[in-house]
Design a protein around this ligand. Sequence first.
Ligand code: NAP
Length: 218
Amino acid sequence: MTTTLAIIGTGEVGSQLARAVVRNGYRVVLANSRGPETLTGLVAELGPAARADHAAAAAAAGDVAVLAFPYRPEHVLPVAELADKIVLDTNNYMVWRDGHLPEVDSGEVTEHELRQRQLPTSRLAKAFTHVEAVHLFDRARPADAPDRIALSVSSDHPDAVAFVTRLYDQLGYDTVDNSPLRESWRTTPRTPAWDDHAVQGREQLAANLLRARRVVRP
Ligand SMILES: NC(=O)c1ccc[n+]([C@@H]2O[C@H](COP(=O)([O-])OP(=O)(O)OC[C@H]3O[C@@H](n4cnc5c(N)ncnc54)[C@H](OP(=O)(O)O)[C@@H]3O)[C@@H](O)[C@H]2O)c1
């Protein structure tokens, strides 16, 4: 059965992920903040496996959803439409862009746990956060390639980790499981895993996760 991904946020990450998954046999329903009429070009490029809708309708249509836009505390997300679904969160917290999130800065919570709280009945996974969208295709390698790089996933839900692991493999990447979600700070900017994102294989990524030291902002 064909899996439909709701991709909410169609900037650099959302549009590139859409291209990658459509090539791998998925269907996509795309949404952004402005409305489906602004997505006709991307839908035409992607072909018959793609359509666009408003965010809540896209969320309802997806078997799995991807949130490809920055976290904001005031977001009201389509909770009912995403209930009982795996939701991938591609966000990286950037103070220069997002402002300060005090409970993240203090180390009390990760930005992905905050997102999980916005979607309490969904199964959230941090995924695709340390591969640049523009390099998603050129860094992909077949499963047996010696220079295949690894990406991390963090989630409190094993089936979400399994889904992401399968998807990474289909798109040309190995996986290192950095669960649960409260450990997801280990791949944030200024960590070793972040710095080596373009080159690290599975073993190096696993070692980098262990070497990480949490950045606490005063
Ligand atoms: N760029 C990368 O290579 C990269 C890599 C890994 C992770 N990330 C992270 O992934 C996220 C997306 O990055 P990006 O570079 O793709 O951003 P981007 O190019 O700025 O695109 C953001 C997209 O999200 C949409 N959007 C924003 N708020 C929304 C909302 N509340 N509901 C629905 N759609 C919303 C925007 O809609 P409009 O088009 O209508 O404005 C836009 O399509 C960020 O958190 C970033 O830190 C980025």
